[in-house]
Ligand binder design. Structure first.
Ligand code: ADP
Ligand code: MG
Ligand code: MG
Length: 887
């Protein structure tokens, strides 16, 4: 027969191993605390398995449970010497829910269960405190009616308010025993009125009512929603804890409180908490009275008058401090604790690992390892990599006032203030003048790159978390708030309206990309701190990490940030944004619109020195490290002129007529550019473009090697390859160019030629492609698009529904679709390695900074992941954790 009831306290422990899955978090830790000798009121836990069975059986309890619960009550009676439902010395209990993971939405705790018209008299006699007894009874009726009977609690509160008003009291504590007794009468009348039955006087009926309500709450709407949002399976169930009451409301030597063993917001090693004298249960958090500080230091720092617990109850405080230390040693983590003092006697009511900010998580992990409480590896495993995001960007000063006017999606973390501007040229111009600007657009496109670069932050009215603005902003480490639907932008008038307010160009606004808030005016920010604990944890992470971490970086600034964050190379340097530069775009357009090779070469000659300069800067910063440069990839139409004056500029530069240019532009139009004339297809049709880029790369590499002595390691990457032959043709162009440059300069350099794997065909044919390619970089953004047949730019309309319905577990553009796209990667890695053992394998794309995707890369044995510069530390930590997990 399955055992459903586990006892704890009074030297008895049925739980033994502290199994959270069986006993729930609260139950397991109550048993755990009792087992290490801490003062825990005795009780028992009805297991989560019972909850599951309760639902399987159609919401009835098996007969065997009655006897087990009776046995549990007998245990409590035995330890306390009190008797449940017996007036002479009545046992009162609390009934508490407790899932595996702490879960809002579950039934609230019922305290003082076991009181009725008779036992209340007994309680008064035995405690010698009438007032306490009647106060306890009225609390019980109120809680039970609210939580178990689900009656409207307004009527109870109203009755209490009126009672206080009649007497001219403001505080509950002013009410006398007689006052509470009168209220009990009123409360019972309210129950009769609302429920149609008298308040249950049978203590066993009370108990089973409460137990049933806890199990019932597992399927409440609130609980279901919470489980869905947090991936908690419905068959986990909740446990129920029944525990002897202890009373913090028995006068001035009694108290109740909550505490953390360390500061949960800053992480400092200092006891942290609040308590209230003569109070019960949730009075501390309920805010009815202002709680007092736990420690003298905290009280003085806050300039508060009412004595701290350390000062008011020095002896009990001393015991409590010892308990804090014991609990930390036992659970080896910062604890969040509930305690009660009954007439000078300390009781522990709960402990669990405390929630903390990212900053505190970091500090606590590093401190605990330094104290020898946990190992360095455990410290590495404890910090959530994604939480580091909060620390890597400037954040709003939490104490600064803010005037929020709208809210959108928190698309790219960090906060920024600046003047609102409504187009990218103005953004660039005003940034050059030294102004901080926020670029405000309905949505952004590749043509806005320079404006986004110049801006301190980006705000868009449309677009989701994977919109152009969001993806590019994250890549650049710019804060971004996207999809602010309420924003009515008038780009012509250079203003927007929202919530009855108008913001014009030049007005200062602030955006918080971590919360999605948009504010008027400047809000002070605080800079991230990357030294100290952060640096120490990263060092520890690097010791266990196997995967290398590179950055997706394409400007000198990106490269500098990436290096400072510990990037071990560039995994993806896109070259197209270099073409958008105002000084070059005309030559680029001239190249695209040229009718023949001669025309293209003339334009490319103008671009060569510029490109060489770009690469030289990057190579210098990344000296000695590998730099993967992707040759031109996007469809050419992205560079085409639109406005009349743009056409005439190009016509003049190229010495051709405007009409001919326009005809050529129309010829270049594509129906589906994503699958059109792009990637290596450009290089196959116009080899001179890739030739120019290869020349720029090798000339720059030689130049830097000569100047600084540290030779960069160029890895030339050909995009969108589907067949071996494509790569062969392109490799030939690159190798020939390298040879020519080395001959001219009289110096050779190591380099690699490889390809992105971003088409399913390339993954399938990896064995043959590896005959030519010296490395593969999985371009998982496009590989996801091409494998799923889903366009990233259009997915916003349906992808959320897909995730909601469980078709994809997570947004596959944020976290790799391991089942599908992942299988292609595994297959390509395996086939590639067969042809070329030790072929260098990496991943670039948004997934390179996503911890779950990084874990997959570790499993697959890739050599490196490449993430946007600001995500490099996240990737380092995630890679370390993946290595630890793999063991
Ligand atoms: P939650 O999970 O919402 O914190 P708890 O079950 O921990 O709910 O209980 C709510 C409050 O009641 C806490 O302040 C707790 O300390 C108090 N409490 C619970 N059981 C007892 C008890 N047996 N004696 C005294 N106070 C109790
Ligand atoms: Mg609690
Ligand atoms: Mg691509």
């Amino acid at each position: 027969m399955t055992q459903y009831v586990y006892r704890f306290g009074g030297g008895v422990s049925d739980g033994g191993k502290g199994d959270k899955n069986l006993l729930g978090g609260k139950g397991a830790n109550l048993d755990g605390m009792a087992s290490i000798g801490l003062p825990v009121p005795p009780g028992f836990t009805i297991t989560t398995e019972m909850c599951t069975r309760y639902y399987e059986d159609g919401q009835v309890f098996p007969d065997s449970l009655k006897a087990e619960v009776a046995n549990g009550i007998a245990h409590i009676e035995g330890v306390t010497g009190k008797k449940f439902g017996v007036a002479a010395d009545p046992l009162l209990v609390s009934v508490r829910s407790g899932a595996r993971a702490s879960m809002p939405g579950m039934m609230d705790t019922v305290l003082n269960l076991g009181l009725n018209d008779e036992t209340v008299v007994g309680l008064a006699a035995i405690s010698g405190d009438d007032r306490f007894a009647w106060d306890s009874y009225r609390r019980f009726i109120q809680m039970y009616s609210d939580v178990v009977l689900e009656l409207d609690h307004g009527a109870f509160e109203e009755a209490l308010e009126i009672a206080k008003e009649d007497k001219g009291f403001t505080l509950d504590t002013e009410l006398s025993a007689a006052d509470w007794q009168a209220l009990v009468k009123q409360y019972k009348a309210i129950v009769q009125d609302q429920w149609g039955k008298p308040f249950p006087q049978d203590v066993h009926e009370q108990l089973w009512g409460a137990v049933g309500a806890v199990f019932g709450s597992w399927q409440s709407e609130r609980a279901k929603v919470y489980r869905r949002l947090n991936d908690i399976p419905a068959d986990w169930g909740t446990a129920v804890n029944v525990q002897a009451m202890v009373f913090g409301n028995m006068g001035d030597t009694s108290a109740t409180g909550v505490a953390f063993t360390r500061d949960p917001s800053k992480g400092d090693r200092a006891y942290y908490g609040e308590f209230l004298i003569n109070a019960q249960g949730e009075d501390v958090v309920a805010g009815i009275r202002t709680p007092q500080y736990l420690t003298k230091v905290a009280r003085e720092a806050a300039g508060a008058k009412p004595l701290s617990m350390e000062e008011a109850m020095p002896e009990v405080y001393g015991q409590l401090a010892k308990v804090f230390d014991l609990l930390e040693t036992h659970y080896r983590d910062m604890q969040d604790i509930e305690f009660t003092v009954e007439r000078g006697h300390l009781w522990m009511l709960q402990t669990r690992s405390g929630k903390r900010t990212a900053k505190a998580a970091l500090k606590i992990a590093v401190d605990m390892a330094s104290e020898g409480l946990i190992t360095e590896e455990e410290a590495v495993a404890r910090v959530d990599p994604s939480a580091l995001d909060q620390l890597l960007h400037p954040t709003l000063d939490p104490n600064a006032p803010r005037d929020v006017i709208a809210k959108g999606l928190p698309a790219s973390p960090g906060a920024a203030s600046g003047i609102a501007v409504f187009d990218s040229d103005t953004a660039e111009h005003r940034a050059e003048l030294g102004e901080a600007v926020i670029l405000v657009r309905t949505e952004t496109s590749p043509e806005d790159i320079h404006g986004m670069h110049a801006a301190k932050g980006i705000l868009t009215a449309r677009g989701g978390m994977t919109s152009h603005a969001a993806v590019v902003a994250r890549g650049m480490g710019r804060p971004c708030v996207s999809g602010v639907g309420s924003l009515a932008i008038d780009a012509k008038a250079k203003s927007f309206r929202v919530a009855g307010r108008e913001v014009r160009e030049g007005d200062i606004i602030t955006i918080d990309g971590s919360t999605g808030e948009v504010m008027v005016g400047e809000v002070a920010t605080v800079e991230p701190e990357l030294a100290g604990d952060f640096g120490v944890l990263m060092e520890w992470a690097d010791k266990v990490r196997r995967l290398k971490v590179r950055a997706n970086a394409e400007t000198p600034l990106d490269c500098k940030v990436a290096r400072s964050f510990g990037a071990e190379g560039v995994g993806l340097c896109r070259t197209e944004h270099m073409f958008f530069d105002a000084a070059r775009i005309t030559a680029v357009r001239q190249m695209i619109l040229a009718e023949d090779e001669k025309g293209r070469r003339a334009a490319l000659d103008k671009l060569l020195p510029e490109q060489r300069g770009d690469f030289a800067q990057i190579f210098e910063i990344m000296a000695g490290l590998p730099v993967t440069i992707r040759l031109l990839d996007p469809p050419l139409h992205e560079f085409l002129p639109h406005a009349e004056e743009e056409f005439s500029e190009v016509a003049e530069a190229a010495g051709v007529g405007i009409e001919a240019l326009k005809r050529r532009a129309a010829e270049l139009h594509e129906f589906n550019p994503m699958l059109g004339h792009r990637g290596c297809r450009l290089g196959v049709t116009y080899p001179e473009i890739y030739e120019m880029q290869a020349r720029a790369i090798f000339e720059a590499a030689v130049e830097v090697a000569e100047k600084s002595g540290a030779a960069p390691i160029p890895e030339v990457m050909v995009p969108l390859v589907a067949t071996r032959r494509e790569l062969e043709l392109m490799k030939d162009v690159i190798d020939r160019t390298a040879k020519a440059v080395f001959a001219e300069k009289g110096r050779t350099l190591d380099y690699l030629v490889g390809t992105m794997i971003e088409l399913p065909r390339a993954a399938l044919k990896a064995a043959e492609i590896a005959e030519v390619g010296e490395f593969f970089s999985f371009g998982t953004n496009d590989l996801t698009q091409t494998t799923l047949g889903v366009s990233r730019d259009d997915a916003g309309r349906f992808l959320t529904t897909y995730v909601d319905k469980g078709i994809y577990a997570r947004d596959p553009f944020v976290s790799l679709d391991i089942e599908g796209v992942g299988e292609l990667i595994e297959l390509a890695a395996e086939r590639g390695r067969k042809t070329r053992p030790g072929i260098k394998l990496g991943i670039c794309g948004e997934h390179g900074g996503d911890p779950a995707s990084i874990a997959f890369c570790e499993q697959t044995g890739l050599d490196y992941v490449s993430a946007s510069p600001y995500r490099v530390p996240i990737a380092r930590l995630a890679a370390a954790q993946a290595a630890l997990k793999k063991g």
